[in-house]
Design a protein around this ligand. Structure first.
Ligand code: G4P
Length: 291
């Protein structure tokens, strides 16, 4: 999966496409990365998707802290959004989505019923920032049993719909949201999960930040994983140097290869080898009462 470089042209195009597609649907299924549920969203979706039913999927929940997944679910629920915890790769959690769709679209279904429209399927689209798992989700959710419709008389020209069952159709191309890059903290967290091209970030800085976070929030984890002595009272550089020794990362002579160790730590985190870790927790949002 390519990492995207975002510039204004990209964003304008993504936004325009989304505005067009949103006109065709009843329900927005928004994927976020459960390790950074806030930083992997774009708040513009609230404006773009107003008047639409909404579901949030905490995707890659297998890589995130299960207790913190629950806290995030409560947070989104309190904002009036329906939330499902899923692992699109394994398919875990996907079964419960159908029921939540019915719940989220209750008003629309009721409106249709009153107008005598029966059995009109809910039309949905999947949206999310790059790399959040949109294609993986569509593939596992739709599975092989689905039939594709589209480019047939009576079907919106050029659009492909995946018919999941008689009550749900999914637009087969997901909507791409742009991340909120202007916020440095957000940029850093996106880099940690690997959503920003590694060529434009400094891997060692990323590793230091990650080590700093882990020593505070996940006590004992680094010691266990890398078989190093207690990190207490040590600075991030010292800790990374110990990981170098423990993993035998050396340059010529006995000089520690800091970049090699940095890449080991970052990759271990991204692949879940450090365990299930969530990088951010919901903050109190003073605008909550408006949503
Ligand atoms: P996108 O369409 O939103 O851009 O994302 P895509 O589906 O391409 O998924 C991006 C990466 O995230 C893929 O890994 C995919 O396997 C992984 N992924 C998606 N959902 C989940 C999930 O729930 N849990 C976990 N652990 N991983 C998930 P990749 O490394 O690019 O490909 P691959 O090595 O898995 O084939």
């Amino acid at each position: 999966m390519a990492n995207y470089q975002w510039y204004p042209g990209h964003m304008t195009k993504a936004k325009r496409m989304m505005q067009e597609d949103i006109k065709l649907i009843d329900l927005i299924i928004e994927l976020v990365d459960a390790r950074i549920p806030q930083s992997s969203r774009n708040p513009d979706i609230d404006e773009l998707g107003k008047n639409k039913a909404r579901i949030i999927l905490l995707n890659k929940s297998d890589l995130a802290d299960s207790q913190k997944n629950k806290q995030w679910m409560t947070y989104f629920n309190n904002k009036g959004l329906h939330v499902v915890e899923v692992n699109s790769k394994s398919g875990a959690g996907l079964k419960s989505i159908q029921g939540v769709v019915q719940e989220a679209c209750k008003e629309k279904i009721e409106r249709d019923r009153k107008r005598g429209i029966l059995n009109r399927p809910v039309r949905a689209m999947v949206v999310g920032i790059p790399n959040v798992g949109k294609s993986t989700f569509i593939n596992s959710f739709a599975g092989r049993a689905c039939t594709k419709t589209g480019n047939k008389p009576g079907v919106t020209k050029g659009k492909q719909w995946i018919r999941l069952n008689k009550s749900l159709e999914l637009l087969d191309t997901p909507g791409i949201l742009w991340p909120k890059f202007e916020d440095q903290q957000v940029g850093l967290r996106l880099a940690m999960i690997g959503s920003i091209n590694d060529e434009i970030i400094h891997l060692d800085e990323l590793a230091y930040d990650l080590i700093h976070f882990l020593t505070k929030e996940y006590t004992g984890l680094l010691e266990n994983r890398y078989q190093i002595s207690s990190v207490e009272g040590k600075d991030d550089y010292e800790i990374l140097k110990e990981i170098c020794f423990s993993r035998k990362c050396f340059l010529k002579g006995e000089e520690p290869d800091i970049m090699k160790a940095a890449s080991i730590v970052v990759e271990d985190f991204r692949n879940g080898r450090l365990g299930r870790i969530t990088l951010e927790l919901p903050l109190f949002d003073p605008t909550d009462s408006e949503t």
